[in-house]
Design a protein around this ligand. Sequence first.
Ligand SMILES: *Cc1c(COP(=O)(O)O)cnc(C)c1O
Length: 445
Amino acid sequence: MDSNHPVSPVPPPRPNALSNESLSALDHAHVWHPYSAMHNTSAVYHVDSAAGVILQLADGRQLIDGMSSWWCAIHGYNHPRLNQAAERQLQQMAHVMFGGLTHAPAILLVAKLLELTPEMLQSVFISDSGSVAVEVAMKMAIQYWNAKGQPERQHFASLRGGYHGDTLGAMSVCDPVTGMHSLFNSVLTRQFFIDRPASRFGEACTRQDIEPLEAALQQHHRQIAALILEPVVQGAGGMYFYAADYLRQARELCDRYEVLLIADEIATGFGRSGKLFACEHAAITPDIMCVGKALTGGYMSLAATLTTAEVSDSIDCGDPGVFMHGPTYMANPLACATALASIELLLESDWQQRIGEIERQLRQGLSPCEQMPQVAEVRCLGAIGVVEMKEPVEMSVITRQFVDAGVWVRPFGKLVYLMPAYIITDAELEQLCRSVVEVVARQVD
Ligand SMILES: *Cc1c(COP(=O)(O)O)cnc(C)c1O
């Protein structure tokens, strides 16, 4: 590994109470994995440890990680600074309830988030996962309109192709097709879905792009509490990068029709798109903003919902005068202390320049795919590189091909993508890109 890596070496394997074979058998028999059948027919790979961008498998193989564990591990794994922050906090206290009690890690984290986000955002609700942060945002919007004497505003407008989480409220604003709304028909609230803009990042927003949103708001604004969207980058709904100008115009329309704007920055936050937060591409301030994923640098599950004093004051003055949410593990001190260290680490680094370099290298490294007949498009923004295939890939087959090539890349649908840690070296990123080109080249039938 490059000596620039500020990471500990990969720890040696530690003997488990059970053999690797017994662990695998138990996993197969009893452990559910995400979006999987219980008795998963495709392989799951047993990780023994991780450091930097290296995943150490229990069978001795090492993989270069191209996923950052779903956008989270921006500083790589086993980072000494993050380890130290968690260990120090562990000596103080692992957790206390947040009802009636408070603590420095939560207060300092909130202060740091306010420093980095638009000035109008002043009130912060800390929660335990991205989906919950979205639920909280939706409930804030509903309670706000209730306090304003418009209790009929209980619906949301949302962009097609969006992804906002897996709990029922968050699911209701995910893309209705990829989110399989048909399965959950009668429990999901019906929302107003808006065609996403066809204009790509870097292009101007056209009349046709904005018309569907304008029409929906014009017709239904009295029922709509908020427009929720992922700014600029739609993540798990299709890895799609749209015109920043659309965001500016959406902000104007929300103002005109008095609809709140919720920016879901859970995937885009903390530098991934080349700005600290993707709203900065359009210089807009949302009324409510959700952050999560990279918040703790991939160490623990933590998220936050930020809003304006206008929204929080109105909720305070409404009925029942309190915000109706309170997770058991709200503002867990271990997670807050680690998040604060992760943000400080990011801000101390030359992250913007590094992400610019990663973007250039992704563009160049993935460009051979553009010529392949099985590829529809290659697109890159910030530390995100996407190869969109013409046909869906066979996930278990292609994942195995990547593992055999010594890298961890997990495509979904038609999308083969890289989202590396920002501390990845040029050589490691080159190997990731080369593996993508080689594996994609083999996807012909
Ligand atoms: C991942 C994600 C969520 C959900 O976060 P979880 O922590 O998985 O609940 C919500 N919105 C966006 C944009 C995401 O990428």
